[in-house]
Design a protein around this ligand. Structure first.
Ligand SMILES: [Zn+2]
Length: 226
């Protein structure tokens, strides 16, 4: 959300200060006209240009796709540069459990030898850290096409310890998933929001039997309505 809003504001500021209207500004204008301004909520308006092909997405150090997230970059060995959703359609969120602490997850995702990392890590207290841009393909699902089509969210804790899945964690993760679904027009259901265990070919079992899918989807739907 932050990136789109920021670039839009910058374009209009540039126009006002006499430096001319940027190409991106013109494209935003075209998209708005085509879809119909009245029908667009402010949030959708901010995201309209995101879906336009050929527009270079901004990549500023430290920038996040989710405004509530803190940025800590993963090692570039654990993801692949892409230009999603233009080159790959994003239509899945993959839910993981770290089998360890938040700190250990952040540490291994920063390790080039680990070979895997997710876009986001959600802590037990509800803190959200983004480590890979949604533009890029994170190596988290153990399946190339699922990596290319999904956003991966790790949750601090262990699959056999239901007490690790706190209300704060469920709530924060649900708000994040709602934002991702909204951004890419993804339905909130169990076809599109899946566990790592459901990824074809995986030998992983997370998020495990204690992850409360009914509770989680209810929270995602509620967060999406706000
Ligand atoms: Zn996993």
């Amino acid at each position: 959300m932050g990136t789109k809003g920021t670039s839009g504001a910058k374009s209009s500021a540039g126009a006002k200060s006499g430096r001319g209207i940027s190409r991106r500004g013109l494209l935003i204008g075209a998209a708005v006209t085509a879809v119909g301004t009245a029908a667009l909520a402010r949030e959708q308006l901010e995201h309209a240009w995101w879906r336009l092909p050929g527009v270079e997405k901004p990549r500023k150090p430290g920038e996040v796709d989710y405004a509530r997230a803190q940025w800590i970059s993963a090692s570039s060995a654990n993801w692949r540069r892409a230009d999603r959703p233009d080159d790959y359609t994003i239509d899945r969120v993959v839910i993981h459990v770290t089998q360890g602490s938040y700190q250990s997850a952040v540490k291994v995702f920063q390790d080039p030898g680990h070979g895997a990392a997710a876009h986001y890590v959600v802590r037990k207290d509800g803190h959200v850290t983004q480590m890979i841009r949604e533009l890029d393909v994170a190596f988290h699902a153990g399946n190339r096409s699922y990596n290319e089509r999904s956003v991966g969210i790790e949750h601090e804790g262990f699959v056999d310890r239901p007490q690790d899945f706190t209300a704060a964690m469920y709530g924060a993760s649900a708000r994040l998933t709602a934002a991702i679904c909204g951004r890419y027009g993804m339905p909130v259901d169990r076809e599109h929001i899946v566990g790592h265990v459901e990824v074809p070919g995986t030998d992983h079992t997370d998020p495990g039997e204690h992850w409360d899918w009914d509770r989680y989807l209810k929270l995602v739907r509620a967060a999406g309505k706000k």
